[in-house]
Design a protein around this ligand. Structure first.
Ligand code: BDR
Ligand code: CA
Length: 311
């Protein structure tokens, strides 16, 4: 089977890091376009370059928008991922450089050079993707698939706003642009990520058996793990890694529902909520394949390989 061909929009971020390690273990990666989100753009850009160094690859890194499209964000996720996004463990300055091409332009160029070939994996607030769409609305026709990590389809969420998931809540307008523009995409939401957390003891065994990627990830994940434990969340929740697993192998999905999904832009309590038309009341085109269950053993095998642990 030929290797998946990916283009990744990301805001690394601990779970982004695992996703990027998985991508490079299982696929060819045309580029990393970088968004602000978990922490500010200077940090997410630096973290992407750190991963490129760690992997010893020449994957191009493109800087994106430093702010959401319209409103300043209410919160970042430094309290989960650390102030630098990688657990504040004192990593050295990376040696690889970002390119000078802005992320939105790179998304357009790479999909023009390889129409229909690339799967776009969106692991961050959707700011870069929305900008690219506003510049060129024909973008969806050039993408093989779009896989989005975002939303909270059963309303739990993971932000200070009830029912809102971080990526959608950080830039709701961008998410709206993307959800309206793409005729179909796969959606991996927060609640699916919680259901597919890795067992803590098992994950520790992979870290112990892995290579330098496992050593790195074991360090940067400590703060996020501590935070999740303090919130009574069980296991290693890796939302972006789950979305990446679906991008790498759509056959991993064992249960899904295809529904119209919109993003609430206003709402006294609900800005950034993913509104799922479960009963089809609005008569809108059902554009989102909502991933509900995946084969956990296959997901685990992908993560193990990405850490260099024997399968
Ligand atoms: C998403 O928000 C970020 O904190 C994570 O990296 C992931 O992309 C989970 O809600
Ligand atoms: Ca992310």
């Amino acid at each position: 089977m030929s290797r998946p061909q990916l283009l990744i929009d990301t805001d690394p971020g601990v779970d982004d890091a695992l996703a990027i390690l998985m991508a490079h273990a299982h696929a060819d990666v045309a580029g990393l376009s970088i968004a602000a989100g978990n922490v500010g753009l200077a940090h997410t850009l630096r973290n992407a370059r750190t991963l490129v160094d760690l992997l010893g690859v020449d994957t191009p890194v493109f800087a994106g928008c430093a702010t959401p499209l319209v409103r300043a964000p209410e919160e970042d996720a430094a309290f989960v991922h650390g102030r630098d996004g990688f657990g504040d463990v004192g990593l050295p300055e990376p040696t690889s450089a970002a390119t000078t091409e802005p992320a939105a332009l790179a998304l357009l160029r790479l999909t023009r050079e390889r129409p229909g070939e690339l799967t776009l994996v969106a692991l961050a607030p959707l700011t870069n993707l929305a900008l690219a769409l506003r510049l060129d609305p024909t973008l969806p026709a050039r993408v093989a698939r779009l896989v989005v990590m975002g939303g909270a389809v059963t309303g739990h969420g993971n932000t200070g706003r009830v029912s809102t998931e971080f990526n959608l809540g950080f830039d709701p307008e961008a998410a709206h642009v993307v959800f309206e523009a793409f005729p179909s995409f796969e959606l991996v939401d927060w609640e699916a990520s919680v259901r597919h957390a890795f067992d803590d003891a098992e994950f520790d065994r992979w870290l112990a058996a892995g290579d330098q990627r496992a050593d790195f990830f074991g360090q940067v994940m400590v703060a996020a793990r501590r935070y999740n434990a303090s919130r009574d969340r069980r296991g290693v929740i890796a939302a972006d890694a789950l979305a990446m697993a679906v991008a790498l192998d759509p056959g991993i999905v064992t249960r899904s529902e295809t529904r119209a999904v919109a993003v609430e832009l206003d709402g006294r309590l609900s800005r950034g909520v993913s509104v799922v038309d479960w009963a089809g009341r609005l008569g809108r085109h059902a554009q989102a394949k909502i991933v509900l269950e995946v084969d956990q053993a296959r997901f685990a095998a992908m993560a193990r390989r990405a850490l260099g642990a024997p399968i």
